[in-house]
Design a protein around this ligand. Structure first.
Ligand code: ARG
Length: 468
């Protein structure tokens, strides 16, 4: 086995005469969590080896030996037989040491002009690039499930709420499409952020730039990055690309928590708008009659850790002097937890949505109750020439009358209604129906059935077209 370090067995052993305290070693090691970056560490190392060869720093024979060695290390990792060693601190040094063992002393040439500081920034960017593509695809599956349910129930009316008070009738499809729109912006944010992920930090070395003639433009192309980072100190010291992802994830989680909260509310006996399938619910350990919407509750609940992870990394980064500081090793666990949490949410959400039973009759009945078309009576009076503010006043008094007599606005007789305004005629009863109320809202983005049908087709197009 080639000797790559003196003294302590660490790659930096030369400078040290004493071994590391075991508690200090356990405390500083990141191997326990950064090992998941191994595919990216190998990909980056292979590209760096090619860059060294292009710069004439290693021969073609040495390049082949390094690439073969990296391939052997990759196989060990992929097959679960890689000998992880915590005393080598992190995934980077574990892979490098194993490469030297398998490829021989030439393995010791790989780290020429490179630092773990540009190496980790590279690994994280390569990792995030894959994550963003996967999250984008998974969000699209949630959109597809929502679109399918919206299409299936096109025409079903429900109460729309403001202040959680019944406000105006809307289509269930319109409500579901609201979430499709939010998720579309979440995907746009991910795509936008990937432009800033897609920048090559390698070649920045420790902080001042590599002291060898590495062509970073070619290296960037080799790794499918848009460009090399323009400043080596920025490249190794910032984690804003991770913060952007964590904030995109927090916003996405917030949207899904609201969807989950709506469904949880709708599944109550009080609402009774939806029933979860047994497959996406749980029972109570004491109350035999219960069916709890745990999956939706946990989708709602897990947004908390997405926010926490963003705050954790923001706080770690705050006030750090340039350039790299070990504090930054703390970026990984929050990042990985956010990735795992999103993956879990986005995997369970589409089948849960597909298994819901919407109680459309109950929704329809609720849509017409509590004088939900009062605004339509005001609009009716406006169409007959009354200024809106006066119409609002007239209808307010009419509603008070209805309430006092235990009636719905729509159930008042024509005689009762005409007491409040001489402009009211026999056609008023049609205007007060849920159907007329929906039809009237035919503006772009409104809840009229035709408008919703068009919005649905447009959303379907968008979701299908930008899936790559
Ligand atoms: N494990 C380190 C991290 O995650 C890699 C970079 C370490 N660089 C250093 N000079 N200690 O941030």
């Amino acid at each position: 086995m080639p000797r790559v370090s003196t003294g302590t067995g660490k790659p930096w052993g030369g400078r040290f005469s004493q071994g590391q305290d075991p508690e200090a070693e356990a405390f500083t090691a990141s191997l326990g969590f950064d090992r998941r970056l191994w595919p990216y560490d190998i990909e980056g190392s292979a590209a760096w080896a090619r860059a060294l060869a292009r710069a004439g720093l290693i021969s073609q024979g040495e390049l082949t030996a390094l690439l073969d060695g990296l391939e052997a290390v990759r196989a060990e990792l992929a097959e679960g037989r890689f000998p992880f060693r915590r005393e080598l601190e992190d995934i980077h040094m574990n892979i490098e040491r194993r490469l030297i063992e398998l490829a021989g002393p030439v393995g010791g040439k790989l780290h020429t002009g490179r630092s773990r500081n540009d190496q980790i920034a590279l690994d994280e960017r390569l990792y995030l690039r894959d994550v963003i593509a996967a999250v984008d695809g998974a969000v699209r599956e949630v959109q597809a499930a929502l679109l399918d349910r919206a299409e299936e129930h096109l025409g079903a009316a429900m109460p729309g709420y403001t202040h959680l008070q019944r406000a105006q009738p809307v289509l269930l499809s319109h409500h579901l499409l609201a979430y499709v729109c939010m998720l579309e912006r979440d995907r746009a944010r991910l795509r936008d952020g990937s432009a800033r992920v897609n920048v090559l930090p390698l070649g920045a070395a420790a902080l001042a730039g590599a002291a060898f003639p590495i062509d970073r433009e070619v290296l960037a192309r080799d790794l499918r990055f848009a460009a090399p980072s323009p400043n080596s100190m920025d490249a190794v010291s910032d984690r804003d690309f991770i913060l952007e992802f964590l904030s995109q994830a927090a916003i996405l989680g917030m949207h899904l928590s609201r969807l989950a909260a709506d469904l949880t509310l709708w599944a109550t006996s009080e609402f009774g708008f939806v029933e979860f399938s047994d497959a996406f619910a749980t029972g109570s350990s004491i109350m035999p009659q219960k069916k709890n919407p745990d999956v939706a509750e946990l989708i709602r609940g897990k947004s908390g850790r997405l926010y926490g992870n963003l705050l954790a990394v923001l706080t770690t980064m705050k006030g750090l002097p340039l350039t790299y500081n070990s504090d930054m090793q703390e970026d990984k666990e929050p990042l990985f937890d956010t990735v795992d949490t999103l993956r879990a949410i986005l995997t369970v959400a589409p089948p849960m949505l597909r298994s819901l039973t919407f109680k459309v009759e109950r929704m329809r009945a609720a849509a017409g109750a509590h004088s939900s078309t009062a605004t339509d009576l005001a609009d009716y009076l406006v169409r007959k020439g009354l200024p809106f503010r006066e119409a609002h006043e007239v209808v307010g008094r009419t509603v008070r009358h209805a309430l006092a007599h235990g009636k719905e606005l729509a159930d008042l007789t024509l005689e009762e209604l005409t007491q409040f305004s001489p402009l009211i005629e026999a056609d008023v009863h049609h205007a007060l129906t849920v159907e007329a109320s929906l039809q009237a809202r035919a503006v772009v983005g409104g809840t009229a059935p035709d408008a919703v049908k068009r919005a649905l087709a447009a959303a379907r197009n968008l979701v299908e077209q930008d899936s790559r």
